[in-house]
Write a protein that binds this ligand. Structure first.
Ligand SMILES: Cc1ncc(COP(=O)(O)O)c(C=O)c1O
Length: 462
């Protein structure tokens, strides 16, 4: 049989795939590795706009922007050119010990213009996990330098995800990320999330948002305010929680509590930064400013690894005035990588020139409106969205909000059904997460919503 005939091409492709899968299974360790998930993986080979194509040539709508990060869409020439130009000029330069580089300087200046007004200076990491570690170390450094080293505890929330390094996993509020790796790092504790659909309180004197925020005050008082360095929170809980949007009065109250007890507020905007929720940074929705903000993903749209941390003027001042021998002794070889910073600058230019932050707000509202009718069906508990960050929560019983039994494997079934319909995304604890590229068109939003509705109908039998 000739390889040029259609069936010959298919056979050749089958051989190529099975060989690749075999090598993958033998030699490549994946994030959250388990071989069962790699019996027949998608081998992605190309992307254009909001469409991803696999080895077999099948195309899928990218419902999660890769891994919540490809904001400007796949295949953007501008980012390729920015990386290429920088690679050809200066592929690497250290930012240690009296060295710096132009793209990093320009990027820090650009962020000063776009991030919360009180955030003064930036340190660049390679991604989100090391940004979390940087925030935690910086908060502890700050209090230590101010003569209060006993202020080291970090309060985080259940259902939060902050990354997979030792520090970031200790802050993460999902036990599975720590359980199999021995004891958690010391000094981390977790309070309940302000999960509007599921949060319950016996308090009747305040709103649920304030009651949820007051859990922070309770925790601080229980631990002793003199021992607490910082509270870390995602403005919208993404990967761990399945898109949990807090009530509007939650973060204003959190800010008050942090101020009352001298606790730094760290906003983890690895998913919510750079316009994902319809604002440049998500605490803007509620008029709140953090002391430390961390970001990654959308800063380069995933074209090059980069993350970072921005700190308030007060923290920068403490860093600058430290004795040389007691300096902020933290650093990564690839911090302020010139290629990453060049890609980030080109990416931010696209976000600004194409008004993608505003588009995220408008198209997010359209997506929410299109998905809303699902809540009239028996197995959709809630549909929620802030900008182009949306969640569809499936439940066994709408009246009691009871979840499906784990043995039902619904999340897996929905994910597979979505894939078979041509939509690639993530399902966390029976919550369909949606975060398409911000360049998605109106027609593609409508298609995305139609595919989600179809998959829900096909898997919940309604
Ligand atoms: C809110 C948040 N923080 C931190 C991280 C960790 O980032 P990375 O995977 O780049 O280390 C993630 C990753 O999804 C995240 O969603």
């Amino acid at each position: 049989m000739s390889n040029s005939s259609p069936s010959g091409a298919a056979a050749q492709q089958y051989c190529e795939k099975s060989e690749l899968v075999q090598q993958d299974r033998s030699h490549l360790i994946h994030p959250q590795h388990h071989p069962d998930e790699h019996l027949d993986p998608q081998i992605w080979v190309s992307g254009k706009g909001v469409v991803l194509t696999n080895l077999e040539g099948r195309s899928f709508l990218d419902g999660l922007s890769g891994m919540w990060n490809v904001y400007v869409g796949h295949g953007r020439r501008e980012l390729v050119d920015a990386a290429s130009a920088q690679l050809q000029t200066l592929a690497f330069a250290t930012a240690y010990a009296g060295s710096t580089n132009k793209p990093a300087i320009e990027l820090a200046g650009t962020l000063k213009r776009l991030v919360y007004p009180g955030i003064e200076a930036f340190y660049f990491t390679l991604g989100g996990s090391d940004a979390t570690d940087t925030s935690i170390r910086t908060a502890r450094f700050y209090w230590g330098a101010k003569g209060r080293p006993e202020k080291f505890k970090i309060i985080a929330r259940k259902l939060s995800y902050h990354g997979s390094t030792i520090g970031a996993a200790a802050a993460t509020g999902v036990d599975e990320f720590s359980a199999v790796f021995g004891p958690r790092a010391n000094g981390f504790l977790h309070i309940d999330s302000p999960y509007p659909y599921r949060f319950t309180t016996t308090r009747t004197d305040v709103s649920p948002g304030v009651a949820a925020a007051d859990l922070l005050e309770e925790a601080i008082l229980r631990e002793g305010p003199e021992t607490v360095a910082a509270f870390i929170a995602e403005p919208v809980q993404g990967g761990g929680g399945g898109v949990i949007i807090p009530p509007a009065d939650y973060f204003p109250r959190i800010r008050e509590i942090c101020d009352r007890y001298d606790v730094l507020l760290i906003s983890d905007e690895v998913i919510t930064g750079f316009g994902r929720t319809g604002r440049w940074f998500a605490l803007e929705h509620w008029g709140v400013e953090p002391d430390i903000v961390q970001f990654a993903k959308g800063i380069t749209s995933g074209y090059f690894p980069l993350g970072g941390v921005g700190v308030s003027g007060a923290i920068k001042e403490v860093m600058d005035s430290a004795d040389s021998a007691r300096r902020w002794m933290h650093g990564y070889t690839c911090s302020a990588h010139p290629v990453a910073c060049s890609v980030a600058l080109a990416n931010i230019r696209i976000l600004e020139e194409e008004n993608l932050v505003e588009r995220s707000a408008t198209l997010g509202a359209r997506l929410l409106e299109q998905l809303q009718p699902l809540t009239a069906t028996a197995h959709v508990g809630e549909v929620r969205a802030l900008g182009l960050l949306a969640g569809v929560e499936l439940v066994a019983d709408r009246a009691t909000k009871q979840r499906y039994a784990e043995s039902a494997g619904l999340g897996r079934k929905v994910k597979d059904e979505l894939l078979s319909l041509g939509l690639c995304t993530r399902v966390t604890d029976d919550i369909i997460c949606l975060a398409p590229p911000l360049v998605i068109s109106e027609e593609e939003i409508d298609r995305l919503a139609a595919l989600v509705k179809q998959a829900v109908r096909n898997t919940t039998g309604l």
